[in-house]
Design a protein around this ligand. Sequence first.
Ligand SMILES: [Zn+2]
Length: 246
Amino acid sequence: MRLFDAHCHIDMLNNIEIESIRSSDGIFITNGTSINSNIVNLNIADYKHIFPAAGIDPQNAALDNPILEDFLKVIDKLKDRIVAIGEIGIDLFIRNIANRSRQEYVFREFLKKAEELRKPVIIHSRSAIDLVIDIISSYNLDKIVFHYFEGSVDNIKLMRFIENSESFVSVPPLDSKKRREVILKLGIDKLLTESDAPAVAPSPFEVSKSIRLIAETLNIKVDDASEAVYRNGFSVYKIEDYINTK
Ligand SMILES: [Zn+2]
């Protein structure tokens, strides 16, 4: 089974884990969360198995804000080595509500950059999916990956947005009735898999559980699910443009 991890944090793993990823046959998109984590990710990327996305997550958005401008200039310079802008977004889960306006400011700056550079965006939207949809609707984005998707099929506006745009839902290795309903409603062409390791799953290899969840829900073979998701990931992140560029 070939794995495609649309969202993980390889900068937070140890060297043994990184080596096992480099000697696998999977593809892993390592996401930046802070300025420092982006630097580490760019160094870890081998452009065979590990490809970097650059961004600042909502939790760090307020802290990193003073040097945001400089960081956006660095992204311009490194645009040929960054497969996507991420992770970025809004998190209104209890303690982050206070930072809402700064989160939104940083999010919009990255959306502008993604629009300008024609890069896909990897979006974090905890407790904020409707606000995120309102914001991203005003940008002309290449492709949108909803990481750790929390939406429900009952949210008609959200489902319509995903179905009518170049949006993809990234399925974490966690089973729930709500998640199965989304998988069934959207179908394989709209799906990616992610571990969000080490935050959600301890290891990126746990995307195999997301693949099994998709296969079971759609009643297709595990190998067919993994091939389809791999192809989706390869095309969303335009991997062929970056492979072996190091
Ligand atoms: Zn993450």
